[in-house]
Design a protein around this ligand. Structure first.
Ligand SMILES: *[C@@H]1O[C@H](CO)[C@@H](O)[C@H](O)[C@H]1NC(C)=O
Ligand SMILES: *[C@@H]1O[C@H](CO)[C@@H](O)[C@H](O)[C@H]1NC(C)=O
Ligand SMILES: *[C@@H]1O[C@H](CO)[C@@H](O)[C@H](O)[C@H]1NC(C)=O
Ligand SMILES: *[C@@H]1O[C@H](CO)[C@@H](O)[C@H](O)[C@H]1NC(C)=O
Ligand SMILES: *[C@@H]1O[C@H](CO)[C@@H](O)[C@H](O)[C@H]1NC(C)=O
Ligand SMILES: *[C@@H]1O[C@H](CO)[C@@H](O)[C@H](O)[C@H]1NC(C)=O
Ligand SMILES: *[C@@H]1O[C@H](CO)[C@@H](O)[C@H](O)[C@H]1NC(C)=O
Ligand SMILES: CC(=O)N[C@H]1CO[C@H](CO)[C@@H](O)[C@@H]1O
Length: 870
């Protein structure tokens, strides 16, 4: 979360726009020494005329490397001949192995023009990418490449943003520069960088273009005066490292992307339970009361969270001795564990510069970022003056592991089950140039005063030691990246919502330990590197189980290690609505499937109606957590009767579907096939679906069509030309490729429809915890498609181990009245109690009555089986 104190500062608005519209013509490059094999193309690229030196110096000599990596993937890399220019470290994004693709078999073809150098990528005869839209520019602090787009492009991706899922195609800029933002309006740079776009063409397939570059950049989508659409990269450094990938539909394209950035991490069964959090719980007693109140209201609470309130003066790896004393914290965690519930707290990267263990040990190891003269680099965040861990430092992992082992120790510390990391863009409240963080902190009341201690006996807090500043003196030279760059104010200005690059974050001229990368190049990686180190530290504590780490800042590939919550939204209908598009993009297009928004909204005061609606919408995101801000009204689900009811109903459905979620989430971690999906992923030829981002598929089988405006009790839901069944009644809905108005939806209702052709495993009833849920028996819902068949699957394991010994992986197939069950039966399901067949035409007497037919089965699935349903 971000400071309420920042609310006092006018946000965004004053965006600096570069003068890029008048970029003088640059000479481009000419290709020579071209070597072509069936697998690769290499060439030398030489500046084709007088340097234009617009934003730094033009590089004279570049190289081209093209690899036909697989039949669906083409790698095109344009880099400096000397290889001095910064490239994203392998440590952060391991490069996908180059398989034996060949031009002959590839779905994608690379072609080039030698002078001026440009290239095209084609799929059969169709041009997907054509860089001749402008001359290539490769300067010391600016790179530009422009490609033509088709006439009416359907583009998606380029996150993190809060714009529509289907991207605007004129006068649109997406800026990549991770930043701490708070309830920010549309079209601003946010916490994460995923420089990949998907271009969906209903007739020929879907392809994606991933630019593996972590520098600040503006991606511009617009059209020329002649009305031709283009997409243009304007980056502050790095190289052009493109991965083109293609699929016959959007799902396949997402799968191809996962092959490049890595498959997402599997999560434990319990993590799909309901989570409660807020900023502003005044003490451990209040946290305990929330747990108690949930149980009293009969709303299943799986995991309780605590924000930075638990810390002593907001210092990481400390406990407020008066409000969150260790003894009471251990009692709370023991209580939760005894009741099969879980506990999670927040950790920020910035460490208080004061006499505290985390700082002293970090200083002794020298793991904090330093200025060029060797002095400690300082900013100001929650605890006041802070130092920042250098995730490139060779000893930082040991440091982080040790802090986690000690503070989160199972026997002597706060034995957390998962981790929440925040402020890792990284945030710095103190504006650039932050010359006096001490003064900033004292003027801005950092750390903020905690609430009065209850019930009595306030103990005075100890004073800060005067100018305590131990640190190892060590100077790092920039080894990676070109010399002579202006790392603070590069000549080209990206549209950073925070103004200059170093504003409100770590100074971009900081040099990292180890290889000597500069923050200018690696800024966008800070959150993802903290994620990786934190995952490892969590695994170090509990080596056998899947660590749950939820982060705010991400870079491409982050899903391999962590999940993401959408950050500091507001309790507003517009944020409720846009959360759908954003979660869809993360889950399906960026391969970060463990994603969700702050249910009921973070900033500002929610309303009963909004919270009731959000309680049910949030239940259909993979990560489901209620969270709000210090100073806002309470919004736990038990506060209002209607919200209680909405939450109970939605959690009941979510929990009964938990094994369906788990199965499909697991499938995504194995194959990259997305679980949460936009409508066009399942109906890629239906152009009406291309812009829909208020309805979505929860797995392949369930269409979610929430009410999305205040005061409404109906929703215009789109139904493609297919058969659907109402979740609640089983009544068939024959989609006609048109809207159907769903009516009489009170604020606790969320419309759900089962897509024909699917089989869904559900638990026969819900439970108060996911542990209890796992004891329930199973049922199957068979929803025949228009052709009368259906299929589905079920995956079951022990729910938490990284290495699974015995799993159940079965497929269900229904045709001609027979349900066939086959697969791997190392683990048994409790009991398959019954099978419900939807829409059994011949048994139907009235619309309502014959909508479903339930066949009791009562069998244990331990071997292949056939069950006659009709
Ligand atoms: C690429 O665009 C240029 C115009 O910039 C055009 O002349 C050329 O034909 C295009 N190439 C292909 C393969 O369409
Ligand atoms: C393009 O968008 C910017 C703001 O993003 C706006 O100021 C400008 O007027 C727009 N230009 C046109 C031609 O619409
Ligand atoms: C718990 O519920 C009681 C009774 O409704 C209420 O007075 C109290 O404020 C609640 N506590 C919290 C932390 O929500
Ligand atoms: C070292 O550099 C920092 C940041 O530029 C500056 O604030 C500090 O005064 C310098 N320290 C010394 C001892 O020169
Ligand atoms: C830094 O951000 C603050 C607050 O948004 C703004 O007032 C200030 O102008 C920015 N400074 C720079 C150098 O961009
Ligand atoms: C939220 O409600 C509280 C209590 O009524 C009030 O003090 C606060 O100002 C409200 N916040 C906003 C942003 O309206
Ligand atoms: C369906 O309704 C939505 C919302 O009212 C509307 O934007 C959309 O155009 C409609 N779609 C069709 C195919 O009529
Ligand atoms: C800064 C910002 O806008 N954060 C979030 C606010 O709300 C939406 C929806 O919940 C999120 O998508 C934003 O990222």
């Amino acid at each position: 979360m971000l400071a309420s104190l920042l609310l006092l500062v006018p946000l965004a608005g004053a965006v600096v726009i570069g003068s890029r519209a008048n970029t003088p013509p640059c000479p481009g490059y000419k290709a020579s020494n071209i070597q072509e094999t069936d697998h690769a193309v290499t060439a030398d690229l030489t500046l084709a005329g007088t340097p234009c030196n617009t934003y730094g110096k033009d590089l004279q000599n570049l190289k081209l490397l093209v690899e036909y990596q697989t039949d669906e993937r083409l790698h095109v890399k344009i880099y400096d001949a000397e290889e001095c220019v910064y490239q994203v470290p392998e440590k952060v994004l391991p490069r996908v192995a180059d398989s034996d693709g060949s031009r002959k078999d590839s779905a994608l073809k690379f072609e080039y023009q030698a002078v001026p150098f440009s290239f095209t990528v084609k799929r059969k005869d169709e041009v997907l990418f054509n860089s001749s839209a402008s001359n290539l520019i490769f300067q010391s602090q600016y790179l530009k490449l422009r490609t033509w787009l088709p006439d009416h492009p359907h583009l998606y991706g380029l996150g993190e943003h809060t714009d529509a899922l289907h991207l605007p195609t004129t006068n649109y800029t997406r800026t990549f520069w991770n930043r701490d933002s708070y309830g920010i309006p549309e079209n601003s740079n946010l916490y994460g960088t995923h420089p990949v776009y998907y271009d969906h063409r209903s007739q020929s397939g879907t392809h994606g273009v991933f630019l593996l570059n972590s520098n600040g950049m503006d991606v511009r989508i617009d059209k020329t005066e002649n009305g031709k659409h283009y997409l243009e990269y304007n980056t502050l450094g790095g190289i052009f490292d493109f991965y083109f990938f293609t699929g016959s539909n959007p799902k396949e394209a997402s799968i191809e992307y996962a092959k490049i950035v890595g498959l997402p991490a599997m999560q434990s069964y319990w993590t799909f339970g309901f989570h409660q959090c807020r900023y502003g719980y005044r003490d451990v007693y209040q946290v305990a009361e929330v747990v108690y109140n949930y149980s009293k209201a009969d709303i299943p609470l799986e995991t309780m969270w605590t924000d930075i309130d638990y810390m002593d003066r907001r210092r990481v790896f400390t406990l407020d001795p008066d409000r969150f004393p260790l003894k009471k914290m251990r009692e709370l965690v023991d209580y939760l564990h005894d009741h099969d519930q879980h506990y999670i707290v927040m950790v920020d990267p910035a460490v208080s510069v004061s006499d505290n263990g985390a700082f002293n040990r970090g200083s002794a190891k020298g793991v904090f970022l330093k200025n060029q003269n060797g002095s400690l680099y300082k900013g100001a965040v929650w605890p006041g003056v802070t130092a920042y861990p250098d995730w490139f430092h060779p000893d930082v992992q040991d440091y982080w592991n040790d802090e986690f082992n000690a503070f989160f120790h199972a026997e002597t510390g706060v034995d957390i089950d998962g981790l929440w990391i925040d402020m890792n863009e990284a945030a710095n409240f103190c504006s650039y140039p932050c010359t006096d963080p001490e003064k900033y902190a004292s003027q801005n009341n950092l750390p903020p005063a905690p609430p009065p201690v209850r019930p009595s006996n306030p103990r005075p807090l100890p004073d800060f030691p005067a100018d305590f500043q131990p640190f190892a003196k060590r100077i790092y030279q920039a080894k990676h990246g070109l010399e002579g760059r202006n790392l603070i104010n590069p000549p080209y200005t990206i549209r950073n919502g925070a103004g200059s690059l170093s504003n409100k974050t770590i100074n971009t001229d900081i040099v990292h330990a180890g290889e000597g990368y500069v923050e200018y190049d690696t800024h966008n990686l800070y959150g993802t590197m903290m994620s990786a180190s934190s995952r490892e530290a969590m695994q170090h504590r509990r080596p056998d189980v899947r660590p749950l780490v939820i982060t705010r800042s991400t870079y491409a590939g982050a899903g391999r290690e962590v999940g993401h919550w959408l950050g500091d939204n507001f309790s507003k209908w517009s944020h409720y609505r846009i959360s759908i598009a954003e979660a869809l993009a993360f889950a399906s297009m960026f391969q970060v499937p463990m994603v969700g928004s702050d249910v009921c909204g973070f900033g500002g005061n929610t309303t009963e109606e909004l919270c009731a609606r959000w309680a049910s919408l949030g239940a259909f995101f993979p990560f489901y957590r209620n969270h709000n801000e210090l100073g806002s009204i309470s919004q736990e689900f038990y506060i209002w009767p209607s919200v209680q009811e909405s939450a109970r109903k939605a959690i009941d459905i979510r929990y009964r579907l938990l094994d369906y979620i788990y199965t499909l989430f697991h499938r995504q971690t194995q194959t990259g096939e997305p679980f949460l999906q936009p409508m066009f992923y399942l109906y890629p030829e239906d152009t009406n679906t291309f812009t829909i981002d208020l309805q979505f598929f929860y797995g392949d089988a369930i269409l979610v069509s929430p009410v999305t405006s205040q005061g409404r009790t109906s929703v215009d839901a789109y139904f493609p030309d297919d058969i659907f069944y109402d979740w609640y009644t089983g009544i068939p809905v024959r989609g006609q490729g048109a809207n159907i108005t769903l009516r009489d939806l009170d604020i606790t209702d969320i419309p759900l429809h089962i897509r024909g052709g699917t089989i869904i495993p559900i638990r026969s009833s819900s439970a108060m915890t996911t542990t209890e849920l796992r004891e329930e028996s199973f049922q199957l819902i068979v929803a025949p498609g228009l052709d009368g068949t259906a299929s589905g699957s079920l995956y079951l394991d022990d729910g938490e181990s990284l290495q699974q010994e015995a799993t159940l992986e079965v497929q269900f197939e229904y045709r001609n009245g027979i349900l066939r069950v086959d697969g791997k039966f190392q683990r048994h399901i409790n009991v398959l109690e019954s099978v419900t067949l939807l829409g059994p035409g011949k048994h139907r007497r009235s619309r309502e009555e014959g909508a479903k037919k339930t066949i009791p089965t009562n069998l244990e699935l331990s071997k292949p089986t056939e069950i006659k349903l009709e």
